[in-house]
Ligand binder design. Structure first.
Ligand SMILES: [Zn+2]
Length: 292
């Protein structure tokens, strides 16, 4: 995204470091992603948008897709691989080669809408993965759980009124991208939270709103837009979640997945910009996902 930008390569290094330090790394199956195909991306994105992106890649330097989102000569390749990671994760889970999966990817995805990049996001990775589960594997109902501090407007844009999908989310409001307080479809369970909310309010919202809706929907596959920028130490937001809250919500989602979805979960990295807090939070999340 450019020098000094918070959505930076060091984020993935911080995650890897922490997984090694927490002695989780050696017990996980690591798989490198292939790029998503044009057809897989076109299940959620406008064909003209996909074609136009390829023409915008600069030979050097940066091109801005929106005020917050830039690409350099390598960004589109990274974005293809980020989306491809979700596709591969779905395949591995459906084939029984993994119980669940976490995709440590950049750029993030949940702000990318049907026909535009936004908020550091180029392709909507979680949407591409969810559609792949439905189109390639015959999954009839998917739930998308989004605990990033920002509203997943892109995912809502793509899936509102798709009754095969239930999206549950929490986000700081009012805050970027300044929407979500009025859901765009009956399948969107948006829970805006005032600034300075902590794990107490978060757990209350999950328990009272998300869990009954998820249980009633009985998803066959659960996707997590895993953003960790609501962390107390993350300057991007004004919320107060800590690692224990991420572990707790992961446990709740895992229980729903066990009951309805044969344990199938694919979680994909969204935000999280304080490197230490990000590493620790992802480690807590993966510890719960893996049952280690
Ligand atoms: Zn975010």
């Amino acid at each position: 995204m450019g020098r000094g930008h918070p959505e930076c390569p060091a984020r993935l290094a911080a995650i890897q470091d922490r997984l090694i330090a927490a002695q989780l790394w050696d017990f996980l199956l690591h798989v490198d992603a292939q790029p998503a195909t044009w057809e897989q991306l076109a299940r959620v994105h406008d064909a003209d948008y996909l074609d136009r992106l390829a023409t915008l890649v600069p030979a050097q330097g940066y091109v801005h897709l929106d005020p917050d989102t830039a690409i350099n000569p390598y960004s589109l390749n990274a974005a293809y691989h980020a989306a491809g990671a979700g596709v591969l994760a779905v395949d591995l889970v459906m084939q029984g080669r993994a119980n669940n999966a976490f995709c440590a990817v950049r750029p993030p995805g949940h702000h990318a809408e049907h026909d535009r990049a936004m908020g550091f996001c180029i392709f909507n990775n979680i949407a591409v993965a969810a559609r792949h589960a439905m189109e390639a594997h015959g999954i009839e109902r998917v739930a998308i759980v989004d605990f990033d501090v920002h509203h997943g407007n892109g995912t809502e844009d793509i899936f509102c009124h798709d009754e095969r999908v239930l999206m549950v989310s929490i986000f700081q409001h009012p805050f970027f991208p300044y929407c979500g307080d009025v859901p765009r479809g009956p399948n969107m369970l948006n829970v805006p939270m005032p600034r300075a909310s902590t794990g107490v309010q978060f757990r209350e919202a999950v328990t009272e709103k998300w869990l009954p809706a998820l249980d009633a929907f009985a998803p066959q596959f659960i996707f997590i837009s895993a953003g960790f920028d609501a962390h107390l130490e993350d300057d991007m937001s004004s919320m107060g979640l800590v690692e224990a809250d991420y572990a707790w919500v992961t446990r709740q989602v895992r229980q729903v997945a066990k009951k309805h979805a044969q344990g199938r979960i694919v979680s994909m990295l969204e935000g999280g910009y304080d490197l230490s807090a990000l590493g620790r939070s992802v480690a807590a999340h993966i510890k719960e996902l893996s049952g280690l």
